[in-house]
Design a protein around this ligand. Structure first.
Ligand code: NAD
Length: 446
């Protein structure tokens, strides 16, 4: 569902009024539908390196309409700007300004994707400068794009190249409607690990996945998305949410496990349930979370402790049990839900932001531990998402909050779920320790 304002300014007199007054003009975003093409229109692969050539060849193998040179006035579905051999900041000029001449030809909901190397893998300061320059370039360009178009970047660490499974997996994600509300973000491919799915419509086929906090909101959307992508599901929520949990579990043909994740035996209960039903466990999505907002000056121990207990201490304890288990060893994947509050901070949310910042710290430190098992761990940080929680924000505050991003609208629970489904898939096996924001590129804060 689009919000009322977006509907008003999308056509007729509403559109004219918004244009004249310089008001935000959000458009309906292109979202993934099974069976829909990956991207509509030609894909321009800009860049003259051998990495650009092999990437273009990989896209041709997906039957995309690939261009190596722009045809003037032709509407483009995407521009992929390959900058994998930058040595000095001056090297940016030619490829970037060449790509710039095609920006006016982007179709609505188009994509601009940079493919470059991580700055910290450079030896020379000039090379690091050129590589990190891509960061500022892409984030600014994403703010200039209009009509639902987004800009995102793929960073190659020393162990990855332009056709590593993680690079191609991230490219598919950014090109498709799965990334509709991801804008101005980077994903780093750290290794050549991972595998593209045999069936692109069922990337999670054969996987057993646990989703916590699945009775409603974002958790229920994650359950539906993982099910659509082929996973077998175990849904966890507190006993008080049992009826809703059972309803979602029925819908996705999964099983319900009524469990407070802050119990000390929660990890073992989850493993036992999965092994008893399916003999294995492949994916765990830590989504359950709570807020108990108060200014820090008015904070009490009850509010502080409950948020820390559910949002981060429970995840740490469950991960300890998972990593000690012989049943979580076959390319296991963990995805945690953080929040942009844990990155940029939010007034009245010191406890929540501490817990969500904690999720980010935990994810990064767990990379080597799960890596030993051939697995990965990542976080997704949602921004303003249209849920029951955000519907309770007073009208004026809510209206400002949902417009203050490059796409000028709130995201949907399904947008968060799409990012999680991608990071839980084997295509993202070479991506670990990342925090992917699903926030439409929030304009305030970090
Ligand atoms: P929600 O309150 O609608 O759903 C959370 C679910 O978690 C509920 O079903 C609840 O019963 C369950 N839960 C809570 N405590 C639990 C426990 N101890 N054990 C098991 N289950 C428990 O929230 P939501 O908006 O869907 O948020 C889901 C996640 O996304 C949370 O981690 C939240 O912090 C995060 N998030 C949400 C937004 C947003 O805009 N809605 C933004 C950023 C981050």
């Amino acid at each position: 569902m689009t919000d009322t304002y977006t509907r008003f300014v999308s056509h007729g007199p509403g559109r004219d009024i918004a244009k004249r007054l310089g008001l935000p003009q959000p458009v309906a975003l292109r979202r993934y539908r099974p069976g829909a093409p990956l991207i509509e229109g030609p894909v321009l692969v800009q860049g003259s390196t051998s990495g650009a050539d092999s990437l273009a060849a990989a896209l041709l193998a997906w039957n995309l309409d690939v261009r190596r040179h722009a045809i003037p006035k032709e509407k483009l579905g995407a521009i992929i700007l390959v900058l994998d051999e930058l040595a000095r900041p001056e090297d940016l000029e030619h490829p970037v300004l060449t790509a710039a001449t095609s920006l006016r030809d982007l179709a609505p909901n188009a994509r601009v994707i940079t493919v470059s190397r991580t700055a910290d893998s450079a030896v020379e300061p000039a090379t690091a400068a050129a590589r990190h320059g891509v960061d500022g370039l892409l984030r600014s360009l994403a703010k200039e794009l209009r009509a639902g178009a987004t800009g995102n970047g793929i960073l190659l660490a020393a162990g990855a190249d332009t056709t590593s499974p993680g690079t191609l997996g991230a490219l598919r994600f950014f090109l498709s409607g799965r990334s509709a509300f991801v804008d101005g973000q980077f994903l780093t491919v750290t290794s050549g690990a991972g595998q593209l799915p045999d069936d692109v419509e069922k990337p999670l086929a054969g996987k057993v996945a646990v989703v916590t906090g699945a009775a409603r909101g974002i958790g229920a959307a994650i359950a539906r998305t993982l099910y659509r992508d082929g996973a077998t599901l175990i849904l966890v929520d507190i006993p008080a949410a049992g009826d809703h949990l059972a309803a979602v579990a029925n819908e996705v043909h999964g099983t319900a496990l009524q469990l407070d994740i802050s119990r000390s035996d929660a990890g073992q209960r989850i493993i036992d349930h999965a092994v008893a039903r399916h003999g294995r466990l492949d994916i765990v999505i830590h989504n359950a979370g709570i807020t108990r907002d108060k200014l820090l000056a008015n904070m009490d121990a009850g509010r502080w402790n409950s948020v820390i207990a559910v949002n981060i201490a429970a995840q740490l304890r469950i991960n300890d049990a998972l990593l000690a288990s012989e049943h979580f060893r076959d390319s296991p994947r963990i995805v945690s839900v953080a929040s942009t509050s844990g990155i940029a901070g939010n007034r009245g949310q010191t406890n929540y932001a501490a817990s969500k910042g904690g999720v980010i710290g935990m994810v990064r430190a767990t990379v080597p531990l799960i890596g030993e098992r051939g697995g990965s761990i990542n976080a997704v940080a949602p921004g303003f998402i249209e849920t029951e929680m955000t519907a309770r924000i007073p009208f004026a505050t809510r209206e400002i909050a949902r417009r203050l991003n490059s796409l000028q609208q709130g995201g949907r629970p399904g947008d968060v779920a799409e990012a999680i489904a991608f990071l839980a898939s084997d295509a993202a096996g070479g991506i670990s320790g990342e925090v992917l924001r699903v926030c439409g590129q929030n304009l305030v804060g970090a």
